[in-house]
Design a protein around this ligand. Structure first.
Ligand SMILES: [Zn+2]
Length: 72
C-alpha cells in the first residue's frame, strides 16, 4: 500500500461519540462501498454510515488525515 494505489482515497463524515458533531476522515479506496466500519487514513477504526448533507457541511476535515495524504 505504498504505491500510487495508496493515493486513492475518499472522504466521509464520521460522527464522533466524544464531541458533538464529527469529523470528515479520509479512507483508502476509490469510494465508500457500504462497509459498516473502516480504518481511516489517520489510523482510527471508525463506524461508517450514510452521511447527511448537514454532516458534509458542518463536519470539519480531519487534520491528521489531511496532513498524511499531503505528505505522500
Ligand atoms: Zn482522520
Amino acid at each position: 500500500m505504498r504505491t500510487e494505489q495508496a493515493q486513492r482515497h475518499f472522504w466521509l463524515p464520521v460522527p464522533n461519540e466524544k464531541v458533538p458533531g464529527g469529523v470528515r476522515h479520509a479512507f483508502p479506496g476509490p469510494r465508500w462501498d457500504g462497509l459498516p466500519s473502516a480504518d481511516s487514513v489517520c489510523g482510527k477504526h471508525v463506524a461508517l454510515a450514510q452521511p447527511s448533507e448537514v454532516d458534509w457541511i458542518y463536519f470539519p476535515t480531519c487534520a491528521e488525515c489531511n496532513s498524511r495524504l499531503k505528505s505522500r
